[in-house]
Write a protein that binds this ligand. Structure first.
Ligand code: GLA
Length: 404
């Protein structure tokens, strides 16, 4: 775990400075620790993490921050600065999912509650604490705002506790929190990227073995995030439905391909041979996954060789597949990708994250970034009537702690 003292020159309006200032104001004391965990964009490998495939996310420069101090009881008293809300729950009574007054935990507090629960499932102490949370990862935008909150709280509990987990194990505990406590059947990608991010690198994760390696982002390429301004719709139910369709495809294909455990185990050739056994909609969903699983290792080869146009072509192919086969795009996401495709210096563009709204990720020639950012907004507004928000980001380190 990276830990050092808080930069004293932090801009008072910055999220870490605001979290610390709010903590001081609320508790009339210094917080003991400040934890930071970033959001992510995914360059390639979408909706394959829960199919044991390969993903290629990047931790970004937007993050969740938790300023915290231990408190001697079993009480977690949390304040969500951006929402103007507070919640308190007993760490000894997490199974019930209730706050101290007996009401169901508010949705945002289920993330830290779930993290404490998952840590305790591992026999790790998640002790009482006072904490202030703030984040500049936009919510519902496909940039993993919830994973950032989970990893930031896990990091804060770790800093206050007498135990250490590897960043990968932090990620796995946070995934368990989201799967079993929050109730979203997500894969590992988001929590992994938030915990294990590396400056200057994309992260190639094998979601079966959990082995991963950093892949340097070639010089001359910039990552530009374009936000449709439309927040995710129907995310949880549609996400879980896609996952169930993948499981149904595996169960059926295992009749003719014995030994397969996940769609990652099915080659494109075998899939073409046996897809007719599947109900049409299940076949369509599974085709996206099988082809995406083949796309990632090939595309990573292009990236390593600096062949950005070839890598970008795979990003466009991924978007088409998410739009037409997996059906998780939206008219606004399609409009942003179509606009990006027309612009000089754009190697590739596609929706990032679960879809159903949110952001696109664009790989853009560094010297064209400003023009790209300015110009993509125009056709997007003409087609949708909406303003797009553009961020340029660079790959960042993952979880981090400051002792105060
Ligand atoms: C969400 C989930 C991830 C992953 C993506 C789609 O972000 O949390 O686990 O499945 O969707 O690739």
């Amino acid at each position: 775990m990276k830990t050092d003292s808080l930069p004293t020159n932090a801009d008072p309006a910055s999220p870490p400075a605001r979290a610390v200032a709010r903590f001081r104001a609320a508790y009339h004391a210094e917080p003991s620790v400040l934890a930071r965990a970033p959001g992510r964009v995914n360059l390639l490998g979408e909706h394959v993490d829960y199919n044991a495939g390969w993903v290629l996310p990047v931790a970004i420069d937007r993050a969740a921050y938790v300023a915290a101090s231990p408190c001697p009881s079993h009480l977690a008293s949390l304040s969500a600065l951006d929402l103007g809300e507070s919640a308190s729950f007993r760490l000894t009574e997490l199974d019930a999912g209730l706050d101290v007054t007996g009401k169901p935990l508010p949705a945002w507090a289920r993330y830290p509650g779930g993290v404490a629960w998952a840590l305790m499932q591992r026999g790790l102490a998640a002790g009482g604490l006072d904490a202030v949370l703030t984040s500049d990862v936009p919510v519902g935008a496909g940039l993993s705002s919830s994973a950032a909150v989970e990893v930031a709280f896990a990091t804060a509990w770790q800093a206050l506790g007498d135990w250490t987990l590897s960043p990968m194990d932090v990620a796995r505990a946070c995934q368990q929190a989201e799967n079993q406590y929050v109730g979203v059947a997500c894969g590992l990608m988001d929590q992994f990227a938030s915990a294990c991010g590396q400056a200057g690198h994309a992260l190639l994760l094998d979601c079966r073995t959990f082995e991963w390696e950093p892949v340097p982002l070639p010089a001359g390429a910039a990552i530009v995030v374009a936000d449709t301004g439309v927040r995710r719709q129907l995310g949880k139910s549609e996400y879980n439905a896609r996952r169930a369709q993948c499981d149904a495809a595996v169960a059926e294909l295992a009749q003719v391909l014995p030994g397969i455990q996940a769609l990652r185990d099915v080659s494109v050739e075998d899939f073409n041979r046996y897809a007719g056994r599947l109900p049409p909609l299940v076949a369509q969903r599974a085709r996206h996954v099988v082809e995406e699983c083949a796309r990632v290792p090939a595309a990573v080869g292009w990236l390593r060789q600096g062949r950005l146009a070839d890598f970008g072509a795979e990003m466009f192919a991924c978007h088409r597949s998410l739009r037409d086969l997996y059906e998780v795009s939206s008219p606004e996401l399609d409009a942003l990708v179509d606009a990006a495709r027309q612009l000089p210096g754009c190697y590739g563009a596609r929706l990032t994250g679960a879809g159903f709204g949110g952001c696109t990720v664009n790989l853009v020639r560094s010297d064209r970034v400003d023009d790209f950012a300015r110009e993509v907004i125009v056709p997007y507004r003409e087609r949708t009537g909406l303003p797009a928000v553009i961020y340029v980001t660079a790959p960042q380190d993952g979880l981090r702690t400051w002792r105060l």
